[in-house]
Design a protein around this ligand. Structure first.
Ligand code: HEC
Length: 161
């Protein structure tokens, strides 16, 4: 009989149930709001992002953001109300700073929080440029990223304050 987990095995977890120290809390204060509050210094372009994407993201998300096992990142703009809604960054996400926040905290999924802020700007620029939402040469930083108008910005119902 196979016993799983093996006796004595403990998952390496975040220490749930233990009060977090102020240092542990500040190390996790990296939230960026939809309006771009909290975007850090640094910057990057789509061509810088393309190189990183190929090294770190393509194996799961496919060439140019499509066609592999993980979520499709590019394409589908205007498809949400169709019979085949394709939920991507360009078709679904209402605010560009959220892209920065998500990539920085969660991607690559096998090494989250491993990217520098400028690498995250570059990857955001690459994915926005592939989605035809910014020009090829446009540098993304705390100012320019919050100015990108996402096609689905008005596609969500505002229920909160
Ligand atoms: C080992 C596979 C893997 C790698 C490598 C990876 N991702 Fe992902 N990514 C995923 C999976 C799986 C999801 C869906 C996660 C979920 O829905 O909770 C995802 C989701 C995303 C999303 C959100 C898509 C959406 O619309 O919901 C973005 C953006 C993203 N990844 C960007 C990146 C970038 C940029 C990199 C490289 C730095 C990267 N990913 C590397 C597996 C991967």
């Amino acid at each position: 009989m196979i016993t799983f987990p093996s006796p004595g095995f403990q998952l390496p977890g975040p220490g749930l149930g233990q009060p977090a120290s102020p240092d542990e809390i500040s190390a996790r204060e990296y939230t960026v709001t939809k309006d771009g509050v909290g975007l850090p210094p640094g910057s990057g372009t789509a061509s810088e992002g393309a190189v990183l994407y190929q090294q770190l993201c393509e194996k799961c998300h496919g060439r140019a953001g499509r066609g592999a096992s993980a979520e499709e990142l590019v394409g589908g703009i205007g498809s949400l109300a169709s019979g085949f809604p394709d939920k991507t960054i360009g078709s679904c996400w209402p605010y560009a700073p959220t892209l920065f926040d998500y990539i920085r905290r969660a991607m690559p999924i096998d090494a989250p929080l491993s990217l520098t802020d400028s690498q995250v700007y570059a990857l955001s620029a690459y994915l926005l440029q592939l989605s035809r939402l910014i020009a090829d040469s446009q540098r993304m930083d705390a100012q320019s990223l919050r100015r990108v108008i996402m096609p689905n910005r008005k596609g969500f119902l505002q229920t909160g304050p």
